[in-house]
Ligand binder design. Sequence first.
Ligand code: FAD
Length: 404
Amino acid sequence: EPRVVVVGAGHAGVQVADALRGNGHTGPITILGEEHHPPYQRPPLSKEQLAAEEVSDQPLRGRSHFAEHDIELRTGVAATALDRRERAVALSDGGELRYDALVLATGADNRRLDVPGAELGGVHTLRTRTDADSLRAALLEASSVLVLGAGFIGLEFAAVAREQGKAVTVLEAAELPLTRALSPDAASHVAAAHRGAGTELRCGEPVSRLTGENGRVSGAIGASGTHYRADLVLAGIGVAPRVELAERAGLEVADGIVVDENLRTCDPAIYAIGDCANHPNAQAGIRTRLESVQNAMDQARHVASAVLGREGAYRDLPWFWSVQGDVRLQIAGLRMPGDDDVVLGDPADGRFSVCCFRDGRLVAVESVNRPADHVAARRLLPADRLPTPEDLDDPDFSLKGFAR
Ligand code: FAD
């Protein structure tokens, strides 16, 4: 039975170990996790966990789970180098581990702000449990909050801060929030919802520099020259995949660790999954890197099968969710710029879905407070029989009805 070593104890790393055991793998499995916390869920860090009275722990698995499944979990231990010829991983504690199959599930790191003042006290980022603990404590003390970047994490944080009565400003370089991920219809609705909740959302306003007093941040100056005052700043300007280990070992890297349709790197004994993996996405027909729980979990399951000799291309449907105040956004499929959008329902009442068509074929559905549409879309999109834009003209059309 092959010995499997997993680097990274996040959603992807933990799932690959579980799926191996679930598929009957009896050989040794070791998960290496650089963070000191037992594996935990990331999505609540910018949502309920930030708003909770008490710091709550949302572990990925129960305390005894790993021992019960004979999975060796080593937290606080990083993989520092790979020796591909010897099939060995060097560890930060001085040890070394041999592998037959190696799974890189190293995730991503926040991109650091690159403007004057970025090093001031009171400037936060949010990726880890440790980040969340210090952000949560700072939020309790803060009266005004500035979010740099209207991405998912920045906007989720903005919504929580607003719910706590803080003055909130969000600066975004693009003309709409979430432009990388969302249709203009859905993005405009998200922008309006934040503004309606009292957040000052400034689009087309990249930050030029941060201002400070006595080493602590006091605000930021935007490209327009406006000074936005705040005593807490969250930089939510995206992530960079953690490729350093792979790169030093001579594996191909290009916005992530490059893998083929089986999620295998150019070294047949090494796979990469989750936020760190640049893969050919069957749904979108392009190479991409996705940052979602779905992607981490489904790629983990796929690789567990591949390690056990069940080859086949990864084809799972991408999906995602985000909660921002009253807006519960759910996305199935991947929209690309230039896709044609048809809106189902009325954005004015806060419940609608945007159906995205590419060359007349439904490729993605973005749902705002319409969970039934999301569920239907996840059933429909992988299937052959799809609604056309003309089907959606029927006033009685529903995705659920069509999916039945
Ligand atoms: P990670 O979760 O980043 O785990 C990688 C782990 O590997 C890290 O713990 C890292 O320390 C460790 N590591 C890296 N290098 C080494 C090494 N050399 N040795 C040992 N360990 C190493 N997704 C959604 O779908 N919906 C959401 O609502 C949502 N909300 C989010 C909110 C926040 C605040 C954040 C940060 C993310 C959110 N995401 C959400 C994204 C989702 O959490 C990620 O896509 C997912 O966690 C990726 O899992 P992963 O295992 O690939 O990487």
